[in-house]
Write a protein that binds this ligand. Sequence first.
Ligand SMILES: CC(C)(COP(=O)(O)OP(=O)(O)OC[C@H]1O[C@@H](n2cnc3c(N)ncnc32)[C@H](O)[C@@H]1OP(=O)(O)O)[C@@H](O)C(=O)NCCC(=O)NCCS
Length: 199
Amino acid sequence: MLTLTQIAEEPHVLTYRVHLRDGANLVLRPLTHADAESLAGFLGGLSSRSRRFSTFDGYDLATARQLCEAIARYDKLRLVLQKPSSGVIVGLFELSLAITPEDMARYRAAGVHLTEATDCRFGPTLADAYQNRGAATRAFPFVAEVVRLLGRSRLILWGGVLADNTRAIGFYEKVGFRHVGSFTGQDGTRSLDMMLDLP
Ligand SMILES: CC(C)(COP(=O)(O)OP(=O)(O)OC[C@H]1O[C@@H](n2cnc3c(N)ncnc32)[C@H](O)[C@@H]1OP(=O)(O)O)[C@@H](O)C(=O)NCCC(=O)NCCS
């Protein structure tokens, strides 16, 4: 089993090449401390639509630095999708090994018992120009393998998915997630809980 510290010490062991159907080649690998500026460029470039679907504390260099400073310090593993030629970050796949009491309560109501021994939270975000090109679908088998290496066997969506985010729901269904339930946020928006048992 791999730990977050081991991954931070040797990030190159988790490197995966992603080939898009239109011929573009990308690399998926753990976020490192050297990525702050490139990550800030990625966050700052997200459209308001993408920011509504995938919400971060901020979209600037300070936020990017916070995400880099969190490497191996808490419960998160972040993988970045990068253009190998320029180093530009075009995607962020976030995993969290912490399951919140709110997650547990919602899933319990649907008859699912979440535990930190089995479950992992997952949140993907692609740069607007890279959405709907098959990138997440092609990166996903490696993300699932990393989750396995971390000792977890199920994925749930980090904060659910907004019910009107049809592309994300299409992606989750395509890679095998099943619907567990729905909930209404404090702002009145409806979201769906989905989960995947890894093979
Ligand atoms: C959601 C997201 C991660 C998916 O990644 P992606 O690389 O765009 O997804 P893919 O192209 O691999 O797959 C999307 C699939 O959904 C399908 N799809 C697209 N729009 C759809 C729609 N409106 N309804 C149903 N399915 C749809 C596509 O057809 C595609 O399947 P196909 O390849 O068989 O045609 C990405 O679009 C993204 O970052 N969106 C903005 C942020 C976001 O919503 N994050 C998720 C928060 S829960």
